[in-house]
Design a protein. Structure first.
Length: 288
């Protein structure tokens, strides 16, 4: 895989992981690397401070109901710490106003390879999924399926100065364009919400949805309609990968904290995997 394509992919993954369920525009790759910072207070205060979006289900919310909230609880418990949050909507400048500002110490849910932070070992790996209503029995396994040119295909789109989503690129490369492709916002506000694409599929307004794994799994489960999820095959990708390994970000200077987190992620893998299963997060490959 070309480095340029990978770095574009990590930028898109960050937008999707941080902002797929957020209310505004997520940051791009123009954030400076976070090299120096005020001394982290997690050790002295026995308090693990988490940077998070207050309305970003299924990842995080202010009620601490997201799967990343639950994983934060596991980390804090194993460190012997309490948990507190620095809440900030996922948008441009997210890291500048949280981690680099010294208001928190950990960002849960960043793609491996995202340069502004140092990342832990990954705690899950997911990909984009082809989602269909099970009762329609479409059994679509690839973008090479000729029926897709006649079906209504939903896909999340990014706008502004962001690289578009990997499945949007792949649809175009496979000649699936025109009025049959239905775009859904990749960033959200008080009008648009992350579950719109699955809700539209459940209501029969589209026939197929191409969705990032955790979003696909969670909202399919919430929809009340049985859905079939099929991982987009790597062979369908063009210049951006479909699958990303997701990790925990810290300041580069917080080496001790990062090392402890790595150890916890390995030791508590069964518990973390159970949390992911409870939120219907589909995973691929291995994270170790």
């Amino acid at each position: 895989m070309r480095l340029e394509g990978y770095m574009k992919g990590t930028a898109v993954a960050l937008a999707l992981i941080f902002a797929m369920a957020s209310r505004s525009t997520a940051q791009g790759t123009n954030e400076p690397p976070i090299l120096l910072s005020p001394d982290s207070m997690w050790k002295q205060r026995h308090n693990l401070r988490i940077c998070a979006d207050p309305q970003n289900m299924p990842f995080t919310n202010q009620k601490r109901e997201g799967f990343d909230n639950k994983i934060a609880d596991v980390l804090a418990r194993e460190l012997g710490d309490s948990v507190s949050y620095a809440w900030w909507p996922s948008r441009r400048g997210y890291l500048r106003n949280t981690l680099s500002a010294g208001t928190c110490d950990v960002v849960i849910g960043v793609p491996i390879g995202f340069d502004p932070v140092a990342t832990s070992k990954p705690y899950y790996r997911s990909t984009y999924y082809i989602v269909t209503r099970t009762d329609k029995k479409l059994d679509i396994k690839s973008l090479d399926d000729p029926r897709l040119k006649k079906l209504r295909v939903g896909v999340n789109l990014l706008d502004g100065d962001y690289t578009n989503t990997p499945p949007a690129h792949a649809l175009s490369a496979h000649g699936i364009t025109g009025i049959g492709v239905v775009g859904f916002p990749g960033f959200y506000d008080d009008v648009h919400h992350p579950g719109e694409i699955i809700d539209s599929l459940a209501k029969g307004n589209i026939d197929v949805a191409l969705v990032w794994g955790p979003i696909a799994g969670w909202f399919s489960k919430q929809s009340g309609v049985q859905m079939t999820l099929t991982a987009l095959p790597d062979s369908d990708s063009v210049d951006l990968p479909f699958a990303y390994s997701v990790a925990i970000g810290t300041r580069r200077s917080d080496r001790e904290l990062r090392s402890l987190i790595d150890e916890i992620l390995v030791r508590k893998k069964p518990e973390i995997d159970k949390i992911l299963m409870e939120y219907n997060v589909p995973t691929v490959g291995t994270t170790r």
